[in-house]
Ligand binder design. Structure first.
Ligand SMILES: Cc1cc2nc3c(=O)[nH]c(=O)nc-3n(C[C@H](O)[C@H](O)[C@H](O)COP(=O)(O)OP(=O)(O)OC[C@H]3O[C@@H](n4cnc5c(N)ncnc54)[C@H](O)[C@@H]3O)c2cc1C
Length: 428
């Protein structure tokens, strides 16, 4: 069987869905085909470790658009098919089910797969990860017979799962190889705050210790042996140690790839008319001081999709959106703006003990990010300060709004907005 579309989108997740939506919104009249490995229409991934895992949100409420939306806009979804090869000369992809699909332009929005443990026992029954609906459904099916759960990895997904499962009455141990949780994405003050929160909810946090192996009886998990020789008995293991970007077919087709598919400021890969967006796209980002990063967030997937859609509709706006992200744990809503990696100063606004505060991060004198815990106002107003030079005393005073900090900076200091990216320059 074969088919052909003006635009073929690989991946029916956030980036893929948003590309199709944005193309139609910008008046694209050509044919659009979306090919997705999963059996479901496009759905939101963040609730998988939050309300969907908790059982408080149904799958229907996760759908990015109602089922009929796609057909009404002549967007054809080909589900249950994994794209296995890309032929940039013939401009064609082939799928696991034997389809050949020709493209005018190809948008690679294939995200990533959950990174697996490499140790003994990693494949025992009862060892799970949380990347898609099927992962969570399989886990939930087992939960009734499970009391003790080891979560491996103290990043956002591991901590969110720990919070939900604690509330469901499970006994949770979180094992983190680094000395603090969230070490990849936040500064020490935020890590300490979440460590205190989780411990106060009864989570047993083991920091600075790796995993030696997963223990089992027959084919079922019974515990985790830590690198320090201690065993933690458990009935289930959840592995939350990041993702591996999906890029095999593009790499085989000759696209330049590193820790992701390399793209320029318009999300163009090194192959003609092939774009890559979302979790798998490795790009130079002004908010990371122009280093190459992959951002794993809904914002990044959606904004990159907009960039590609505009380009395909004849526009040319480079991708330079301010990154934002959120996490929910217990009754806490964390909202982040900017990227804090590489910060050299961290300023806490307010008292973490009040459970409503924010943290400003600076690099070389400029504000680069905020982490805001139950502090929506700082989150909203903080955006205006990103990449600016501000008065640090005012910044650290929670009685002064960030809006006022920004106005004072306008009046008092030379305007400090960083220059926009050099349009057209390849960011890779
Ligand atoms: C549990 C969880 C919680 C999260 N929480 C948050 C949050 O709170 N806030 C936030 O901003 N972000 C969050 N994220 C991250 C966010 O969901 C991702 O950044 C976003 O989904 C990325 O979109 P994407 O389109 O790049 O990839 P995805 O949404 O992962 O979509 C990729 C799709 O491509 C499919 N695919 C892969 N390979 C192929 C192939 N070869 N052929 C066909 N199809 C293929 C996959 O099956 C998948 O359906 C969370 C992610 C997870 C897993």
């Amino acid at each position: 069987m074969s088919g052909a579309f003006d635009v073929v989108i690989v991946g029916t997740g956030h980036g893929g869905a948003q590309t199709a939506i944005a193309l139609r919104k910008h008046g694209f009249e050509g044919s659009i085909g979306m090919i997705g490995e999963e059996q479901f229409p496009p759905y939101e991934r963040p609730p998988l470790s939050k309300d969907y895992l908790a059982g408080s949100k149904s799958f229907e409420r996760l759908l990015i658009r109602p089922a009929q939306f796609w057909a009404e806009r002549s967007i054809e979804i080909i589900s249950g098919q994994r794209v296995e090869t890309v032929d940039p000369t013939r401009r064609e992809v082939t799928t696991s089910g034997g389809l050949r699909v020709a493209y005018g332009s190809l948008v690679w929005a294939a995200g990533g797969s959950a990174r697996r443990l490499g140790c003994e026992g990693h494949d025992l029954a009862g060892v799970h990860s949380i990347r898609n609906k099927a992962d969570v459904d399989a886990m939930v099916d087992e939960l009734v017979a499970v009391e003790r759960i080891c979560v491996i990895g103290g990043g956002f997904i591991g901590l969110e799962a720990a919070a939900v499962l604690t509330k469901l009455g499970k006994q949770i141990t979180v094992i983190e190889a680094q000395e603090r949780v969230l070490s990849r994405v936040a500064g020490p003050a935020l890590s300490r705050f979440f460590e205190i929160e989780h411990r106060s909810h009864g989570v047993d946090l083991r920091l600075g210790v790796g995993v030696d192996r997963i223990l089992g009886d027959g084919d079922r998990v019974t515990g985790v042996r830590l690198a320090d020789g201690n065993d933690i008995p458990c009935d289930m293991v959840i592995v939350g140690i990041g993702i591996v970007p999906e890029m095999g077919p593009l790499l085989n087709a000759g696209a330049r790839c590193g820790n992701g598919v390399e793209v320029d400021a318009y999300c163009r890969t090194s192959l003609p008319d092939v774009y890559a967006i979302g979790d798998c796209a490795l790009h130079g980002n002004v908010h990371a001081d122009w280093t190459q990063v992959r951002l794993e967030s809904v914002q990044n997937a959606n904004d990159m999709a907009m960039t590609v859609a505009k380009t395909l509709c004849g526009g040319s706006e480079p991708y330079c959106a301010v990154p934002w992200f959120w996490s929910e744990q217990y009754d806490l809503k964390l909202q982040t703006i900017g990227l804090s990696s590489g910060h050299d100063v961290e300023i806490v606004r307010g008292d973490p003990a009040s459970r409503s505060f924010s943290i400003a991060y600076l690099r070389a004198g400029r504000v680069i990010a905020f982490d805001c815990v139950n502090a929506v106002r700082d989150y909203v107003q903080g955006k205006g300060l990103i990449l600016r030079v501000v008065d640090l005393v005012r910044l650290g005073d929670p009685s002064i709004s960030l809006k006022d900090v920004a106005s004072a900076a306008e009046r008092g200091t030379p305007s400090s907005k960083a220059t926009k990216p050099t349009v057209g320059a390849r960011a890779v």
